[in-house]
Design a protein around this ligand. Structure first.
Ligand SMILES: Cc1cc2nc3c(=O)[nH]c(=O)nc-3n(C[C@H](O)[C@H](O)[C@H](O)COP(=O)(O)O)c2cc1C
Length: 185
């Protein structure tokens, strides 16, 4: 089972990138996780470009989503929404349709006590309209600067919550596989 992880923050010391690093530590075969590296190199979405000359980097992103069994998305909260870089990536994925029916787990880490709830709600709406199967219970990490250090989660209860989210994602992937097998001719 392959999970593709997307990080909405470009900061070197990003709390959200740290969460994905910890998620990577928790993965064990047969599970694989890949953190998509190139979101900041995507051009701004332009429907004319999409129709006439899809950039290779966009085609690569679409192929990576297509090949994944599920997605793990870590988002920062900026002005009560997600980041521009993540929204831009999702706009490129609307037309391809690769994300449809794909299980998606959301996590948000923020120094605030609200834990990025607005960003996750915002993303849930966007992903749902794109047809993704967003897990109902994402993970909020409030006051994340107290729970993350040196690029990884250090708080044991938060690590356990992250493990729980990954287990939920695994279950959703297994269920999606059973559903598509049942529909196969
Ligand atoms: C422009 C800007 C807007 C922000 N808006 C919010 C916000 O609305 N809610 C919130 O909880 N945090 C907000 N923050 C704080 C971010 O959650 C914080 O910088 C966080 O560490 C970003 O995620 P990262 O560590 O993964 O880069 C904002 C930060 C910036 C720079």
């Amino acid at each position: 089972m392959k999970v593709l992880a997307l990080c909405g923050s470009l900061r070197e010391k990003s709390l959200n990138a740290s969460v994905l690093r910890s998620a990577t530590d928790l993965f064990a075969p047969p599970w694989e996780i890949t953190v998509e590296p190139g979101l900041d190199r995507l051009p701004f979405f332009n429907a004319d470009v999409e129709e006439t000359a899809l950039p290779d980097i966009v085609a690569d992103l679409r192929a990576a989503v297509q090949a994944a069994d599920g997605l793990l998305i870590a988002t920062p909260e900026y002005a009560h929404g997600t980041s521009g870089v993540l929204k831009n990536a999702l706009e490129w994925l609307v037309g391809g349709g690769e994300i449809a029916a794909k299980p998606v787990a959301l996590v948000s880490a923020s120094p605030a006590v609200t834990g990025g709830d607005n960003a996750r709600a915002w993303l849930t709406q966007t992903l749902t309209v794109m047809g993704a199967a967003v897990l109902p219970d994402g993970l909020r990490i409030p006051q994340a600067t107290r729970k993350i250090a040196d690029g990884r989660i250090t708080d044991e209860p938060t690590l356990a919550e992250l493990k729980g989210l990954l287990d939920d994602l695994a279950r959703a992937v297994a269920e999606a596989r059973e559903d598509s097998a049942a529909l196969a001719p």
